[in-house]
Design a protein around this ligand. Structure first.
Ligand code: NAD
Length: 240
């Protein structure tokens, strides 16, 4: 029986590239997205299962993970990647409703997904989870309070889960991408110059890092937050 992976936000961008990358390993992939049409396109290409889920709805997440297990006969790997950015405003002006909507999707989504996935990973004898954080999970970004707070929280959830499950065969890590060429960041090309490599990433470059963290080749890596950012966080501002 093939191993089974669950990828949220799998219909587009980094999630779609990750679903395709994992499928190349012969793993059965569940492509979970709030946009079912987008998930279906990816799932059809890779022989996976498309499921509609809004990750901010924990009951819907439970149902989607249960459906994945029913379809694949178990669950071994997960990439909790669905996320939204919110609005751009300075902190004193940041709208409450947008702030909490971003937390519900980005933080609540990762929590709900891991909570639903972990019992199945344990039942399978172990597995691995990679959450999609961001460079904005490791440092501040002006006019992005909701997104930055949510991505820092994802780092915290990742490290906590890593510590809790380390002796039980489940590794939990995160990737922290810089700017990646997806629909999420259209119009943010002005950030490209901040990356020492001099360009934004392709989604496939992040997917490759996710796959390495999911794969047994990273068997001693847990609780790590891997920058995939063309040197963005390594640069000393003003000197680079
Ligand atoms: N693109 C970047 O530069 C960049 C950088 C760092 C981190 N990230 C993170 O990578 C992740 C993926 O971003 P992307 O750039 O591929 O974005 P994208 O917009 O191209 O794709 C996101 C996918 O997630 C889905 N989605 C959004 N909200 C959802 C929800 N509530 N429930 C289920 N699915 C939902 C969307 O339908 C879409 O298919 C996000 O967590 C984002 O914060 C992106």
């Amino acid at each position: 029986m093939s191993r089974v992976a669950f990828v949220t936000g799998g219909g587009r961008g980094i999630g779609a590239a990750t679903a395709r990358r994992i499928a190349r390993e012969g793993i059965a992939v569940v492509v979970a997205d709030r946009d079912l049409d987008a998930a279906r396109v990816v799932a059809a290409d890779i022989g996976g299962l498309a499921v509609r889920v809004d990750v901010s709805d924990s009951a819907a997440v439970d149902a989607a993970v249960a459906r994945a297990v029913e379809w694949g006969g178990g669950l071994h790997l997960a990439c909790n990647n669905a996320g939204v950015t919110g609005t751009r405003a300075e902190l004193a002006d940041y709208p409450d409703d947008v702030f909490w909507r971003v937390q519900r999707v980005n933080v609540g989504g990762v929590l709900a997904c891991m909570r639903a996935q972990l019992p199945h990973l344990l039942a399978a004898g172990g597995g691995a989870i990679v959450n999609t954080a961001s460079g904005a999970g490791l440092g501040g970004v002006a006019r992005s309070a909701a997104y930055v707070a949510s991505k820092h929280a994802i780092v915290g959830l990742t490290k906590t889960a890593a510590v809790e499950y380390a002796t039980r065969g489940v590794r939990v890590n995160a990737v922290a991408p810089g700017l990646v060429r997806t629909g999420l960041v259209q119009g943010l090309d002005d950030f490209t110059a901040a990356h020492p490599i001099g360009r934004a990433a392709e989604p496939e470059e992040v997917a490759e890092a996710v796959w390495w963290l999911l794969d047994d080749r990273s068997s001693f890596v847990t609780g790590a937050v891997l920058p995939v950012d063309g040197g963005l966080l390594a640069a000393v501002p003003g000197l680079s």
